[in-house]
Design a protein around this ligand. Sequence first.
Ligand code: NAD
Length: 387
Amino acid sequence: MTTIFVAKESREGESRVAATPETIARYTKRGFSVLVQAGAGEAAYCADATLQEAGAEVVPDFAAGCARADLVLKVARPTAEEASQLKQGSILISFMQAAQDPDGAAAAAKAKASFFAMELVPRTTLAQKMDALSSQANIAGYKAVLLAASALGRYFPLLMTAAGTVKPARVVIFGVGVAGLQAIATAKRLGAIVEATDIRPEVKEQVESLGGKFIEVAPDEGAEEASVYAKEASDDYKRRQAEAVSSSVAAADVVITTAQVPGKRAPVLVPDVMIAGMRAGSVIVDLAVEQGGNVEGSEVGVTAVSHGVHIIGTPNLPATVPVHASELYARNVQHVVDHLVPTKENDELAIKLDFEDEIIAGAMAIHHGKVRHEGTATALGTTTNES
Ligand code: NAD
């Protein structure tokens, strides 16, 4: 019988869980045996008893689950100690982020396990259901606006009261990917005036359709039409961008930065001189803080104050909305499991890894201890041929 193990997260502040009663019921209906580590869902308000009712067996610790599991489900990248307990040939489905911390991936390879890295799922229509980067970025964009609104000493909406009129807050958003779009929508719902900019000019329509104003920056001469992913900006582009945004940032009550370039350090888009031009009491939320930060002076886990401006560097915002973040992540993972174990109901369950399939080829970064993904191999100081 194919066995799935749902781990309890061990990293500080990680409150999400990789399976919910809904997905566990689905796994057991398909014929999987499901183990959950005691307390796995607690921080997402999902008691062991609820998971047992859905069909799971509770095991006392990580080692006990790994010893029996063919598929291990997790949210945050594993520690080296955790990954070293994976059974040879088992598959870990989790975020991996080897560039940020290679130890867990290295230990998984050493244990001759396989690692399906959720952040490496390709951005294709077929893989959309498995796209945890998007499901979680959406939450981060929403929560960033709420953090900013609660730290700001002003209202967001326009209010006309007997005591006078209150002007709406002005919000500027850098980076219009999944998080940026949700930040625009959330700030608009709260009544703010929203402007946004992105290195990919084609997102202008999306900004406008949400009621925002797009701050245009002329692309580099001869620049190729961007793909869905951003390329690193040239110094000349950064200079033109700073000019284009400076008056909007100086007038802003809130700035939210979400700009990232896959595989690279996040670009610094709000330098100290720009912060110095903002009003005291304004708020910046740097969603790229864990990738090096878009804002000069932002720090992971710290609210810094610079020139009277609050710079919020809270990491892992999806974990601050654990119920829905877990629900959506668990569904992403369930679609991955369905993809790796594609048998129909009542048929025998068998893991089938077709490396011609672009989702499996793209995201199975490590297979039976062999590192297949270039970026992971670089982070581990090896090559895809050597390992
Ligand atoms: P991301 O988190 O990698 O980056 C966020 C945004 O920052 C991007 O829009 C990027 O263009 C922007 N950016 C990077 N450098 C910048 C700079 N110097 N100045 C200004 N902006 C900069 O992005 P994401 O949320 O992963 O989304 C990237 C794209 O992929 C989006 O267009 C999104 O709609 C698309 N997407 C497609 C699918 C799919 O087809 N299934 C799934 C998810 C996302």
